[in-house]
Design a binder for this molecule. Structure first.
Ligand SMILES: Nc1ncnc2c1ncn2[C@@H]1O[C@H](COP(=O)(O)OP(=O)(O)OP(=O)(O)O)[C@@H](O)[C@H]1O
Ligand SMILES: [Mg+2]
Length: 513
């Protein structure tokens, strides 16, 4: 399992609840090198108190603690927070109780004594599931990202369409198909839909259909009965049962085998399924969000994907265009990633040379935003000064080996700043500007230049009021109408902002307190 991919930006917390001191010791040893905070509770009651106080990302709990049943504690924990991810620990021979726990919403269970690599994989998978539910994904029309959040960055018309669609479909329970090349942000969009929908307080579980062996996928999704196939030693509860009322993200659905597709179609049409090895129907109320980087229609033509399922999924389709088709988003993304990595590496570079940005904009980015993100992360580590230069980029990008001919003359970045000319730093740089800094002042100078250019050519253009109004509207939009935050962003007091809002007659619905 690749744990570095999309790794967490914040330290996650695990709470271990077990009455055996040895177990606490083992977990601390097992996870001591991981960037995790580990909390311990020795009884169910103590665990509940701790969970209420610390809101851990993951709880690992013994199913039996002295007289106390872990199942009762689980019930209380899930009532407190229906999205709490809980992994139960159980001894051999008590798997029926473990199954009961899964029916009550446990994420999974592990058998004691532990198979260490398997346990570690499960813990990281559960932590990723918790992160997917918790980490806020904001998009520009609804900027509410908390400190730990992620933002879908991009202002291109194509991305604006995407935000609009997310806003429209999120509150419904409609099935959604998200398409787009690898690394275009499909998972991010799936989480944004979940978080902005009516099921946001219920679980969100992601299944990567391509990563699970064909013969195990059905049992993962629908569960199985004991003895349903060789190796089915006990009954297992599938994700459709576990996730009842919530959202199931079927990632890489283009890789789903035909037989499983038939069963998904049944869920979509009739809202029911059966466990493998049992004909009994089970009702389920799960919202499906599917994603794929394959051309599903072509797969239908090749008879690899069911046509009826395609139509069912394709009712609402969110298509994420490849990065090379929205190169105007690239400077924004670069600035976002620089700022993001500076949180982890505060002494890292804060700006990028214009020629480096130009090379980035010329590149075709087959790995899309993920590849760009990795490229910036790498460049920040390699850069020696305050500026990312051409030399810090991979050769195929700096030399233009992957450049698109159409993009040979990329638009000049909006913010251009003079930086001290050293051997490694070129004459100009595009910065993630901060007010008061040299690059901030230079960015302002550049913007002023552009505005005067317009003012000279258009006599109707009332420069000062127009610019002031535009800045206020923008600040309010960016803070979802929060005047305190908008005033802070603009560097004025709230009273001053209020006066301006009144003076310009900016719509009150934008300027909410
Ligand atoms: N518009 C965006 N703004 C900010 N970050 C983005 C954007 N799009 C993608 N990313 C980041 O790029 C990485 C890849 O995104 P994601 O995993 O959502 O892609 P994907 O389309 O699901 O890719 P794959 O098909 O390979 O699974 C993630 O780290 C994500 O946070
Ligand atoms: Mg993905």
């Amino acid at each position: 399992m690749d744990r570095t991919k999309d790794s967490p930006d914040v330290r996650q917390t695990i709470l271990i609840i077990d009455d055996e001191k040895d177990v606490h010791y083992s977990f601390r040893r097992l996870l001591e090198r991981e960037p995790l905070e580990i909390l311990s509770a020795e009884s169910g009651d103590e665990g509940i108190k701790m969970a209420r106080k610390s809101m851990p990302d993951l709880i690992v709990m013994d199913i039996r603690m002295g007289q106390q049943s872990g199942l009762d504690t689980l019930k209380e924990l899930r009532q407190m927070n229906p999205k709490q991810v809980v992994v139960m620990m159980t001894a051999y021979g008590t798997s029926q109780t473990a199954i009961e726990a899964m029916k009550r919403g446990a994420y999974d269970y592990v058998l004691k004594p532990f198979d260490i690599p398997q346990l570690k994989d499960l813990l990281f998978e559960a932590l990723a599931a918790a992160r997917a539910m918790k980490q806020i994904v904001a998009f520009p029309t609804k900027l509410n990202a908390e400190e730990t959040g992620q933002t879908i960055v991009g202002n291109s018309p194509a991305m604006q369409q995407v935000y609009k669609l997310i806003g429209q479909v999120a509150p419904t329970s409609t099935t959604i198909l998200i398409t787009g090349e690898s690394g275009t942000g499909k998972e991010l969009v799936a989480r944004a839909i979940f978080q902005n929908g009516s099921r946001a307080t219920k679980p969100f579980i992601a299944i990567n259909c391509a990563a699970i062996p064909e013969n195990l996928l059905e049992s993962e999704l629908f569960g199985h009965e004991k003895g349903a196939f060789t190796g089915a030693l006990a009954q297992r509860i599938g994700k459709f049962e576990q996730c009842d009322g919530g959202t199931l993200f079927l990632d890489e659905i283009g890789d789903m085998p035909m037989t499983t597709q038939t069963k998904i179609l049944r869920v979509l049409q009739e809202g029911e399924f059966s466990r493998v090895g049992n004909n009994q129907s089970i009702k389920t109320d799960v919202r499906i969000i599917a994603a794929t980087n394959k051309d599903l229609w072509q797969a239908v033509q090749r008879k690899e994907f069911r046509e009826d399922l395609f139509y069912r999924l394709n009712v609402v389709r969110v298509n994420l265009p490849p990065l090379r088709e929205r190169s105007t988003d690239i400077p924004l993304l670069v600035g976002y990633f620089i700022n993001k990595f500076r949180l982890k590496q505060p002494t890292g570079p804060s700006q990028i040379a214009d020629e480096a940005m130009a090379a980035i904009q010329r590149s075709t980015w087959p790995g899309n935003v993920r590849e760009l993100e990795n490229c910036i992360q790498r460049a920040m580590v390699l850069a020696s000064g305050n500026t990312i230069t051409l030399a810090n980029l991979p050769e195929e990008i700096s030399r233009g080996a992957r450049a698109t001919p159409a993009l040979n003359e990329p638009p000049k970045p909006v913010f251009s700043a003079a930086v001290p000319t050293t051997e490694s730093a070129p004459a100009t740089a595009t910065a993630a500007p901060a007010p008061g800094t040299d690059s901030g002042k230079a960015a302002l100078a550049h913007a002023v230049e552009t505005l005067f250019h317009f003012a000279r050519s258009d006599k109707q253009f009332k420069l000062l009021p127009a610019a002031e109004r535009e800045l206020i509207v923008r600040a309010l939009a960016e803070t979802s109408g929060n005047q305190v935050q908008a005033a802070k962003l603009l560097g004025v007091t709230r009273a001053t902002l209020r006066k301006r809002v009144d003076k310009f007659g900016i719509q009150k619905r934008m300027a909410i307190d």
